[in-house]
Write a protein that binds this ligand. Sequence first.
Ligand SMILES: [Fe+2]
Ligand SMILES: [Fe+2]
Length: 441
Amino acid sequence: MASTSAPARPVTAPAGRMAAVNEMTRLIRLLFEVEREFVRTVPTLVYRVGEPELKYLICQHVWESAGHARFLRERGRELTTFGSTESVRDPLRRIFTEAVGVNSADPLVIAAGFYGVLKPALLAAYRHYLKVTDPLADWPSKKLVEEFIADEERHLREIAPYLQGVDAREWKLHLTQALDDLGGWLGQETRLPLAAGYVWQHEKTPYTHPATCNRGSYPVCSGVFGLDPKEDPIVRPWLTDPKTDARVIRLMVYVWLMMEMDAIDYLSTVFIETPTAPFDLHYDLARHLWDESRHSQFGFRQLPKLGVDLMTVEHSLDLYNILVQMPPHERYAMMTMEFEANSFPTKATVMDRVRELNDFEADTLLAFDRNDEQNHVRYGHRWLPEIMALFGETRSTEDFVKETKAKFYQLAEIYGGKVPHSLPASRRLTGEKILKLAGVT
Ligand SMILES: [Fe+2]
Ligand SMILES: [Fe+2]
């Protein structure tokens, strides 16, 4: 029972009254900004590393980090001082911008910087949060942070095999010094101010995208769609010809899916160039990216089961090479309003043909692909006007898309078709070889 004789408490200084909540909110806000920045910058690794499995893994981590950021924002908004903006403070942002490196840097060294310095520091920040918060009062945050710690530990385990033997000591030291200047992401450690001679590399050499994407040891070419079964793996008219054997169509559609690695590579370029995008735009881009990485994996994992040696499947580089010549809003317009929006009729025919095979797995993969693609076109309608606005684009969306398509096909004349076949026709996967693999001839 309250004592009636207690002196009345002053009604001023509400900030002091809520100090415990405000302090935890400050940390949640910092964690949100760090996860956001990871999503903005780490995709620059995707097209720079060559190993498909590593590309896929990074796409998955970007998606999971976007999820962390979203839950942190949701929790933050329940707390009064989180703030209504989503901006990232400069001292934090510049470390991520630095971590991207220059485009000539060894991508595995850059990956070692992210995963050997910035991510472990995030894990340490989450652990610090658990240590200093009240487990009962702040249970909602605690629950999230416990899950994120498990994710962060797994991310480090998953990346480790790819970074084995990579000598990144110098680069990691460089980033560690920048981070020590903040005393860790939450300022929870003793600050070690930067030496006077510290040089921010991104201020001297701003990052630019490489002119082409890396596919490691895999053979490459300009494009995989064509008309000549002696040259091309996906023979366009065969996809919709009722006389084509369904087993041939299944192999061709798996090649098609695997080539969505194109989409992974060029979509990854958009994040870093849209630093002021609303978080929800990056969140949907991260989802889009992860979806494409799974679609590509459908082909990458199924083709060997059907007897295809992946070292004979050339990767098409034209789309990246052409799109990287265009600004990000034009890239995004081509992706969602041209390539994706127009893929549905052919894919529907393909799905109906594949169903003749009673291949439940193939049917499942294609159905999920279709479902995802419908979402991607929705994202396009939702975000294209916003991403256009970020670049000061004032044309109507309709005119912009029309003129961007025309521009793309002009640029294709200059930048397309320039990648020679890595393999002679006798060695690479072609329509004719697909007929043999399918047992048709
Ligand atoms: Fe896709
Ligand atoms: Fe898509």
